[in-house]
Design a protein around this ligand. Structure first.
Ligand code: ADE
Ligand code: ZN
Length: 324
């Protein structure tokens, strides 16, 4: 399935960091990362909260715009190898300069330049969704939103929230999301991954997002599924992530039920090396589990292209590449 053109809407840039790169940066900076890796050199964690801890530990070696430029290039190169032609990467001012606006601009410039080079070398487009981290709290989210608002444009096109869905409520972050919306940014938030249907409802009602990161647990509530389908809310579904973190098994993953109910589902990897996945692997498992064929995958890619936080010219090019 790696030859099918793919659109990825949900990829955390730090979460896509290959362990080899993280170890190389740790060596260069003499940072001790013991306890983060298993015997095979992959990331080691036990459940979602431990995953967040290991994620933040690995991210701690990314300390300069140059580090992020290296990361961006390798992530986009690997994505392109699996057929991805467009990706939206979550970037966090929390990790890129500690929410200091001037430092954030430097990180962003380096990431953007690396993305431009990757476009030329590997044929993959990238846009950035600035992301606040839920368990860092609403005050830090506001600072992240200010970084997003100040740099909104043709590269930074969205604002979102990741982190521990068990902390607080979506509405606690309404100020940050309002600021981002007013700056012209398009909105998404993680919901319905570790929280149930109510978390998805809060995301729609209190943050007024147009896409939901994951959203799969909406399946527990038929009225909510009807609402998602009726309102055309797009779900950024990451099946391999859900399976790796123990939320579902492949055979019972709700993506097929949601799709059959008319919900706009898309497919992404979330944090590929953490979950031993990539877009080719996701497609293979979906084909095996649900019998999806090339036409089904092309339609998934069209849904994603239409929902992408990009300009219409880029969108048209993506749609043409999907059907070429
Ligand atoms: N940050 C990185 N991956 C995440 C996930 N699956 N859920 C919430 N926050 C995340
Ligand atoms: Zn995510």
């Amino acid at each position: 399935m790696s030859d099918l053109p793919k659109i990825e809407l949900h990829l955390h840039l730090e979460g896509a960091a290959p362990p080899d790169l993280v170890r190389a940066l740790a060596r260069e900076k003499s940072v001790d990362l013991s306890g983060l890796f298993d015997a095979d050199g992959g990331y080691r964690y036990d459940g979602f909260l431990d995953f967040l801890r290991v994620y933040e530990g690995a991210t701690s070696v990314l300390r300069s715009p140059e580090d992020y430029a290296r990361l961006t290039r390798v992530v986009l190169e690997r994505s392109a190898e699996t057929g991805v032609i467009y990706t939206e990467a979550f970037l966090s001012p929390d990790f890129c300069g500690g929410r200091d606006l001037s430092a954030w601009r430097d990180y962003l410039a380096a990431i953007r330049e690396a993305a431009g080079t990757a476009r030329r070398d590997f044929g993959i487009d990238m846009r950035a969704i600035v992301t606040c981290i839920r368990h860092f709290g609403p005050d830090k989210a506001r600072e992240a939103a200010l970084c997003a608002a100040e740099t909104a444009g043709d590269f930074v096109t969205g604002f979102g929230m990741g982190g521990d869905e068990g902390r607080g409520r979506q509405g606690d972050f309404a100020y940050a999301f309002d600021m981002a919306r007013e700056a012209g940014l398009r909105l998404t938030t993680h919901a319905g991954e570790w929280g149930g249907p109510d978390s998805v409802r809060q995301a729609l009602d209190d943050l007024r997002v147009e896409r939901i990161g994951h959203g799969v647990r909406a399946v527990e509530d038929a009225a909510l599924v009807d609402r998602l389908a009726g309102d055309g809310i797009v779900l950024e579904v990451c099946p391999g992530s859900n399976v790796a973190l123990g939320l579902y098994r492949w055979a019972t993953h709700p993506i097929e039920t949601l799709r059959a109910a008319g919900v706009k589902v898309t497919v992404s990897t979330d944090d590929p090396p953490f979950f031993h996945t990539d877009m080719g692997h996701e497609y293979d498992r979906l084909a095996e589990t649900f019998g999806w064929d090339d036409d089904a995958f092309r339609e998934i890619a069209r849904v994603a292209a239409r929902a992408a936080f990009c300009d219409d010219r880029t969108r048209q090019e993506l749609l043409e590449r999907i059907d070429r």
